[in-house]
Design a protein around this ligand. Structure first.
Ligand code: SF4
Length: 247
């Protein structure tokens, strides 16, 4: 039963192994070539992915959400589109490396439209690619292809943003308010002030404050913000990003 569950969870891997098995029986030499190619790409991924994961961690931990929203968010407008085009064009590395970075940017507030632009320009109009293209196929060819590709990228980005909504994408839904409304227990001295002034949002448990509910309207947010200020040890966390979204 456990083995069946593991197989179900790794359907793609099972399918690829099956295909490999069939090719090995039918055409062993072709199968060996496939194994060689797979090993090549595996090694390439192992070289690239650690750097990419490091970069995504840096984006998650160090780049402020406000900065991403300003540069690549819904309200960044055409300037944001151009910035995305530039980011995708000057990027390095294979396209699969772009996906974890795109996911980080999305979760930090980048728009679907700009993510499509980054991914598409990363895939087909990277600067090193353009330089090689000009060398082998001529500057005219490169320029015409670049212009037509950019037009297509923009059309694709705007259409995708109409069809695909951010909330439907995995791992990009807004955090629940409780995720950013919490008490730092190690700082709380259990004075009970928060629970006294806002009993609907704070409670006391084992001499420490706890969050009972999240504010869900503008007035409640204002009251919670005031309680954050009044806490003598600054133990209440109520993050700025959520304040902005509610108000
Ligand atoms: S006001 Fe601050 S220190 Fe006092 S109980 Fe509430 S969270 Fe703890």
């Amino acid at each position: 039963m456990k083995a069946l569950n593991i197989l179900k969870k790794n359907k793609l891997l099972v399918l690829v192994t099956l295909v490999y098995g069939i090719i090995f029986i039918a055409a062993p030499q072709t199968a060996m070539k496939s194994v060689g190619n797979s090993v090549y790409y595996l090694v390439e991924m192992l070289q690239v992915l650690p750097v990419i994961f490091l970069l995504t961690v840096v984006i998650e931990a160090w780049v402020p959400k406000e900065l991403i929203m300003r540069g690549f968010g819904e309200k960044s407008g055409f300037k944001g589109n151009l910035l995305s085009l530039l980011l995708g064009s000057i990027s390095a590395g294979p396209i699969y490396a772009a996906f974890p970075i795109s996911k980080s940017l999305l979760s930090k507030g980048a728009s679907v439209r700009n993510i499509v632009i980054i991914l598409s320009s990363w895939a087909v109009i990277k600067l090193p690619m353009l330089a090689n293209e000009a060398k082998f196929l001529g500057v005219d060819f490169m320029i015409v292809r670049w212009i037509l590709t950019v037009i297509c990228i923009f059309v694709m980005a705007y259409l995708t943003a109409i069809v695909v909504k951010k909330k439907d994408m995995p791992g990009t839904a807004l955090k629940k308010q409780t995720d950013v409304f919490s008490i730092k227990e190690e700082y709380c001295i259990g004075c009970g002030l928060c629970a006294e002034i806002l009993p609907e949002y704070y409670g006391m448990k084992n001499n420490k404050a706890c969050v009972k509910a999240s504010p869900d309207n503008k007035e409640a947010v204002k009251a919670v913000l005031e309680s954050v200020q009044k806490c003598p040890t600054k133990a209440i966390i109520f993050e700025k990003a959520m304040k902005g979204e509610i108000s």
